[in-house]
Design a protein around this ligand. Structure first.
Ligand code: AMP
Length: 178
């Protein structure tokens, strides 16, 4: 089959790696790095995760670190800029900070206070949506910085962890539920 015709869920089943008990016992880690490493895989996931939001955003925000891959590629393809939402202590200038709960632990996400032009429509991209804690922090940061969340695009959505409902009423587009 021509790879462009392969259903995206088949492509993800074929290329994504599942690592049991990583980074801690009981967690089934979904590793998308083999999808990023595949020429057709990277293009398909980036094109398909941004497609439903065409014309609805001014800039793409990526969540450290795997979200950076998607956001940079998506922004380049769409002709927009890209904003980095980073883990605590990585950004050099004045930041907004939001703490959140992870599926495994707690963390803080930061955004430069002036990285988003007031009123900009921001598309948020990340690799995996689990509890929605990380993207929820990203939503709060973008709104505190004066942006408007245009939507959330994620490659894999883990069922049963409440991520999608935690992000309501924001539009969430995922390529596969697992
Ligand atoms: P959450 O805040 O619970 O939605 O977790 C989402 C963030 O943690 C994303 O940045 C993911 O990359 C990462 N993550 C959480 N759970 C998993 C998992 N089971 N496999 C891969 N990444 C995960």
């Amino acid at each position: 089959m021509n790879s462009a015709e392969e259903p995206i869920t088949d492509l993800l089943d074929r290329l994504a790696a599942v690592v049991p008990d990583y980074p801690s016992p009981g967690i089934s880690f979904k590793d998308l790095t083999p999808v990023f490493a595949d020429a057709a895989g990277l293009k398909r996931i980036v094109d398909e995760v941004i497609a439903p939001f065409a014309g609805e955003y001014d800039v793409i925000a990526g969540l450290e670190a795997r979200g950076f891959v998607l956001a940079a590629a998506g922004a380049y393809a769409a002709g927009t800029g890209m904003v980095t939402l980073r883990k605590k202590g990585k950004l050099p200038r004045e930041v907004h900070a939001e703490e959140y709960l992870l599926e495994y632990g707690t963390a803080t996400l930061e955004l430069h206070q002036d990285d988003i032009a007031p009123g900009s429509r921001v598309l948020i991209l990340d690799d995996v949506l689990a509890t929605g804690g990380t993207v929820g922090a990203a939503v709060r940061l973008i709104e505190r910085a004066g942006g408007v969340v245009a939507g959330v695009g994620v490659i894999l959505e883990l069922d049963g962890l409440g991520g999608r409902s935690r992000l309501a009423p924001h539009r969430v587009h995922t390529l596969q539920r697992v």
